[in-house]
Design a protein. Structure first.
Length: 339
């Protein structure tokens, strides 16, 4: 394969792992990233893993002129769009930032794609579009709603994609509803490296295990769940990345299609389940305190995975042990490099 795939947000957590599996599958990758929550050194790590350094342009999906120049200068055949802000808690504090980046950025990118005649688009959506679940496991036809600004930005872009698909012929779109990505590449060379205080559970747990942070805050222990803490469907980032390659191939084979699928494992684990599993993987104690619930959080959420298997032939294969072992390897290597 010689076509170029544009990966927005490709130096971030999920985008970097997707870039690895794309390159290993034979695709040429061009990354566009503004480095607001990632580092340029990720490119070296990707090159070490795959033997090929992806092309890279530092830029923003909200910059229409830069996007037009990019599409004019490269033979781009498809776009995987990861360039989004993603922290539920932060979105309740900075909603305008989330609408600007996630909605305005997607609108600008799609307009540039249309101008360039590129019609294949894989979108990072989220299980947050299901709101507070009415039933579990969550199937793709579950009613959608949003309990926080982050989830609402994903809803808006999903609707925009449906409107676009129905209004213009030739679009091949996959809306991939992620559950909770965790873990790292098994090499330990790339992983989740948030700038500042982590907003997601696994990197925070890992930083407590290395001693970088003193204690984990567990937000709420009075949910209607087995141990009172929130239950989520955690998916290994490498499984998630492989799901993107499967979705891209499905889109490339279709004449016109809009596909909406969950990417999860179908299994729910509580916050304390994850803490215990991480302690076993790392051999380190993870101290924690119980804190009040965060606004916008829900009690439990896990995926029905059958549609992804039926349409993409994809299923997650990595379990909670591998998620924690790989996340720990990454965090321990990070700590060693930092001295």
């Amino acid at each position: 394969m010689s076509e170029t795939i544009l990966v927005t947000g490709g130096t971030g957590f999920i985008g970097s792992h997707a870039t690895v599996v794309l390159q290993q599958a034979g695709y040429r990758v061009l990354i566009l990233d503004n480095l607001c929550n990632s580092a340029i050194s990720v490119l070296d790590a990707i090159a070490e893993i795959t033997g090929q350094r992806p092309d890279f342009v530092q830029g923003d999906v909200r910059d229409r002129q830069a996007l037009d120049a990019l599409f004019r200068s490269r033979a781009i055949s498809a776009v995987l769009h990861f360039a989004g802000l993603k922290a539920v808690g932060e979105s309740t504090q900075k909603p305008l930032d989330y609408y600007d980046n996630n909605v305005h950025g997607s609108t600008t990118l799609l307009a540039a794609m249309r101008q360039a005649g590129v019609r294949t688009f894989v979108f990072s959506s989220s299980a947050t579009v299901y709101g507070d679940p009415q039933k579990l496991p969550l199937t793709e036809d579950h009613p959608r709603s949003a309990t926080n600004p982050y989830g609402h930005t994903k809803l808006v872009v999903e609707d925009m994609l449906e409107n676009l698909y129905r209004s213009e012929p030739g679009w091949r779109i996959a809306r991939l509803r992620y559950f909770n990505p965790v873990g790292a590449h098994p090499s330990g060379l790339i992983g989740e490296a948030p700038q500042g205080v982590p907003n997601n559970l696994m990197p925070y747990v890992a930083q407590v295990a290395t001693g970088r942070r003193p204690r984990l805050q567990v937000y709420g222990n009075d949910y209607d769940t087995p141990d009172g803490t929130g239950v989520r469907d955690y998916i290994h980032v490498m499984d998630l990345a492989l799901g993107h390659v499967a979705a891209l191939r499905r889109c490339q084979q279709a004449g016109q299609e809009m596909l909406t699928v969950n990417l999860g494992t179908g299994v729910g684990y509580s916050v304390l389940d994850m803490v215990k599993a991480f302690e076993q993987a790392s051999g380190k104690a993870v101290a924690y305190d119980i804190a009040p619930r965060r606004p916008g959080d829900i009690a439990a959420c896990w995926a029905d995975t059958e549609l992804a298997f039926q349409t993409l032939g994809w299923r997650a294969t990595k379990d909670i042990r591998e998620m924690c072992e790989d996340a720990w390897r990454w965090e321990a290597m990070q700590a060693a490099r930092a001295g």
